[in-house]
Design a protein around this ligand. Sequence first.
Ligand code: F6R
Length: 618
Amino acid sequence: MCGITGYIGYRNAYPIIIKGLQRLEYRGYDSAGILLYNDNEDALISKTKGKVSDLEELMNSGISKEGNIGFGHTRWATHGVPNDVNSHPHTSNSGNLVIIHNGIIENYDSIKKELTKRGYTFKSDTDTEVLINLIEEVKKTNNCKLGKAIQIALNEVIGAYAITVFDKEKPDELVVARLGSPIAIGIGKENKEFFIASDASPFIEYTKNAIYLEDGEMAIIRKDKEIEIRKINDDSIITPEIQQLKMNLEQIEKGGYDHFMLKEIYEQPHAITDTYRGRLIANKGIIRMAGIDDNMEKFLNADRIIIVACGTSWHAGLVAEYLFEDLARIPVEVEYASEFRYRNPIINDNDVVIAISQSGETADTLAAIKLAKEKGAFVFGICNVVGSSIAREAHAGAYTHAGPEIGVASTKAFTTQITLLSLIALKLGKKKGNLSNAKYHNYLQELELIPKKVESLLAIDEKVKHIASVYKDATNCLYLGRGFNFPVALEGALKLKEISYIHAEGYPAAEMKHGPIALIDENMPIFVIATNKGHYEKVVSNIQEIKARKGKIIAIVTEGDTTVKEIADHIIEIPDTEEAFTPLLTTIPFQLLSYHIAVMLNRNVDQPRNLAKAVTVE
Ligand code: F6R
């Protein structure tokens, strides 16, 4: 979590860093800070609790913004509450070394005790301040250069990090290192300038050439010099692979929408099309996916598929359980990555593990796939962020191609993950002979129509807004669904919780009577998915049970439904489709509903409290 960005070159660093921090604010936003080095005025550090806008305000109060070397940080607190002192950058006791850090140093306490014995003092409660003093101590005792000191210090550290370090004694150099947290280095023309960032968004308008550091690598970046990359645990020099970025500026700006989340909800027709573009050729009955085609035997011989993910991606995994079992008849287990990694799971050579992650950086998911690999499983990654850690760690994989998702609440990531998982399930189902030709072709054609159906569904926005105005003051909400739509109920509840802070529970509709029914009274809004396929009659009975207890019913139904219309307080109609694809539609009204409620309650939609977009700590 936390965003880091830096610049070294000939331009004024301040505007680049501050704009970069705004773009990285999705990663953490409880405090922000900056270091600027200016030949005439020394290195100036400014930091504050609050958002990047608070930092800007501070900088506008007469602080010098000069300098063409510097770095900035936007924080998501791990060690120490968000306050000015705990904000990054942190300085070593001598005042010479300055650091920004994303990650957690797990053995910071024992290092701190040792450094305290040697006379070091600490102003903050952070693990980061411990790390920079450890580097200082190593540098002093070994009488070595900054790069070497960082290398030695990092070999004593347990945990995860992406760091950038500045040394006042060598002010034309920045040193970066990573283990478990991402770092991209943008390369300007003729090595005259370099950009550093947690993702490429801060420097996309300056260069399309980037190096993504691998875990266990560090880079020494000097003005006007070739970048030097080496391993942290030995001295081997790495020849970097320079990647061409495909992202463009427009994709990471709001484009006229009030919030990124709304933009991303509206982008879904395009995003879903981009997910299946070049992969789904419906009129020829073809699904082409290199990652699957090249590893077909692994999938066909799999005893089971284990899906590991967190949060919304875990919900997409639950939808995939229904898809794979129904269409491909492969047994599936869906696991929270955080549980899977610590419970000594039984994994066999014939298991295929699918990791789902928008960011590709979620620490628990990354650790889960490392464990699965150790135990001999074949790991397939489904990520949105190209070049991300999970994408690189997996044996094979496929990108969702949803484009950057910046709103902290996941929307288009979810629908594109389900689209991709549907393609895989259909491909395997066909190959295994579980789907007749007619059925298979029908599914393909139906999947191709989904973007148009999502587009038409977005026209209900005003109606959903009205429903939001009726229920915005609720303190508890229940979301119910069955079959393919049970995970959508979970996802609907998660969306509401995370951006409006209203308590919400998702349940399989029939489970309601085993407990949650006790909560129902005339103040309780219950959002029920009652589309016309699957368990329609059963859900209608569940709705009757709610009605009998005076709960308020907001039902998502298929266009033309008359039965539920009679009973529900509000209905939202979705276009008809195959049951397997209904999650791609039923989730849209829930996204809009959470969005509007959060706006009406004046919440920070794109940066809800306590959350961060990429959870790179466990
Ligand atoms: C919810 C949300 C989170 C993420 C979770 C996993 O809206 O965004 O629950 O889904 O942190 O993140 P990724 O998919 O990046 O691994």
